[in-house]
Write a protein that binds this ligand. Structure first.
Ligand code: NAD
Length: 499
């Protein structure tokens, strides 16, 4: 067992600055209105830094810098941009431990996740898009003897990006890697709950980019996010966050007739068919592990498997084992490498989850384990910890229909294949989902019948850079990851030439 020292202690791998300004034009810039907000760690509730409170004036400054940098950046060769992305990846890799611990401290998530998943995935995304931009090709078609069509890719110019707090660094890199690879300049607004992680990242990679190519404006949604998303000087807005906010972003974008990418909420079904039945083998164990994934990242995952649907034949046995597995999830200090579930990211989130646990009880869902605040005591007494909670109920309940975004799973029984698909698709969302079956035919059919952008078959929560990710229905518009993302950050220029 290893436990990292908390920032502020002499042997910590991270030193936060007491104050973070905006990052504009390659340097730290104080907010025009001079205001800052306090940033607490959810691990103990203590404030560890303060952050510039951005306004429309700061957004304009960042856009000035981005517009200044965009023309030259857009004309750099793809080789040059790919090399820079690779260098960014190398720098992050060299500082992985420091960045991972900083993110855990700010977000409350277990460092065993940030060390082996969140930051390594971010590194891989940068390398993937460095390769993707170099392998992108245009096309030439001979229309006629003397008429030829050339198709070119051109950057959009200056783009806006707004991200949430659940995977601060990974969400930033998911958006930055394709945008920068395609030759755009960016103004990015981090979530108000996790801005320091982004500045720790900028301290590591900022100097690799020409000043103005990547600018960070901190602040709250309406004060800093809206002036960015509704600004006439952006050529695209990419957003990850709640579905209700996504609707607003689309409204702002419609005023300016610019493209949007929206990565929104989910209520993902995790379906276990009868043939999963225990044969005392690795498959059964993996399925139980797949069930327990609802608590990964404290359940603060857009694709959290928050609805478990179990077929009648295995229902009692599988559920009993699944509850047992849930009770083995080790909750504790996020900087302890054995901890599997840490603190919820903010007090607001903590209160929201507890209120949903109350709602579940009131509407008659049965609590099979958990069901409240986790009192970890000692230095963690002021932090935001919730017990992994398993509800049993039916799909019409609010705890089955509304995104809780916490370590809470709602379990229901289904009778046959059609019943499973009907319940799975009876939701406003369509982001993640999973099918568990030993029968490849059933798994394939279910995978095609579920209305969601991502279906994991006999696994859960893999996010390779080369697999397109995004939502059906209220879970979003467009896709992220995969080289198709480059098209979302480029114009197609057609040159029709007579010879
Ligand atoms: P949120 O919508 O409250 O905030 C997200 C970001 O939008 C923040 O930076 C916030 O400051 C900003 N914002 C808020 N109001 C705004 C406005 N009016 N104009 C412009 N910007 C505004 O979401 P959250 O609570 O930070 O994140 C959790 C949500 O994100 C969940 O619903 C989760 O499912 C979703 N999410 C989706 C994905 C995905 O890929 N689909 C990934 C991660 C999280």
């Amino acid at each position: 067992m290893a436990k990292y020292a908390a920032p502020g202690q002499p042997d910590s791998v991270v030193t936060f600055k007491p104050r973070y300004d905006h990052y504009i034009g390659g340097e730290y810039v104080a907010p025009v209105k001079g205001q800052y907000f306090e940033n607490p760690t959810p691990i103990t509730g203590e404030v560890f830094t303060e952050v510039a409170r951005g306004t429309a004036e700061d957004v304009e400054k960042a856009l000035d810098a981005a517009w200044g940098a965009a023309p030259a950046w857009g004309k750099t060769s793809v080789t040059e941009r790919a090399n820079i992305l690779n260098k960014m990846a190398d720098r992050i890799e060299a500082n992985l431990e420091m960045i991972a611990i900083a993110e855990s401290w700010e977000n409350g998530k277990a460092c065993r996740e940030t060390l082996v998943a969140d930051i390594p995935l971010a590194i891989d995304h940068l390398r993937y898009f460095a390769g993707a931009i170099r392998s992108q090709e245009g096309s030439i078609s001979q229309i006629d003897e003397d008429l030829v069509a050339y198709h070119f890719h051109e950057p959009l110019g200056v783009v806006g990006q707004i991200i949430p707090w659940n995977f601060p660094i990974l969400m930033a890199i998911w958006k930055l890697a394709p945008a920068l690879a395609a030759g755009n300049a960016v103004v990015l607004k981090p979530a108000e709950q996790t801005p320091a992680s982004i500045h720790v990242l900028m301290d590591v990679i900022g100097d690799l980019l020409p000043p103005g190519v990547l600018n960070i404006v901190n602040g709250f949604g309406v004060e800093a996010g809206k002036p960015l998303a509704s600004n006439k000087r952006i050529r695209k807005i990419a957003f990850t966050g709640e579905t209700t906010t996504g609707r607003l972003i689309m409204q702002y974008a419609s005023e300016n007739l610019i493209p949007v990418t929206l990565e929104l909420g989910g209520k993902s079904p995790n379906i276990f068919f009868d043939d999963v039945a225990s044969q005392n083998d690795a498959f059964y164990d993996k399925a139980l592990e797949g069930f327990a994934m609802f608590a990964l990242n404290q359940g603060e995952v857009c694709t959290c498997p928050s609805r478990a649907l179990i077929q009648g034949g295995i229902y009692d046995d599988f559920l009993q084992q699944a509850v047992k597995r849930t009770e083995q999830i080790k909750q504790g200090h996020p900087l302890d490498t054995e901890t599997m579930i840490g603190a919820q990211a903010s007090n607001d989130q903590f209160e929201k989850i507890l209120s949903y646990i109350d709602i579940g009880r009131q509407e008659g869902a049965k609590v099979l384990t958990g069901g409240g605040k986790a009192d970890l005591g000692g230095e963690l007494a002021g932090g935001y910890y919730i017990q992994p909670t398993v509800f049993e109920g039916n799909n019409s309940m609010r705890v089955f229909q509304e995104e809780i975004f916490g370590p809470v799973v709602s379990v229901a029984r289904f009778t046959d294949y059609d019943d499973a698909i009907k319940i799975a698709n009876d939701t406003l969302y369509g982001l993640g989902s999973a099918v568990w079956s030993r029968d490849g035919g059933v798994a394939y059919r279910a995978g095609r019948d579920i209305q969601a952008g991502r279906v994991w078959v006999n696994n859960y929560h893999a996010y390779p850079a080369h697999a397109a990710f995004g939502g059906y229905k209220n879970s979003g518009v467009g896709r992220e990851n995969h080289k198709m993302m480059l098209d979302h950050y480029q114009q197609t220029k057609n040159l029709l030439v007579s010879y």
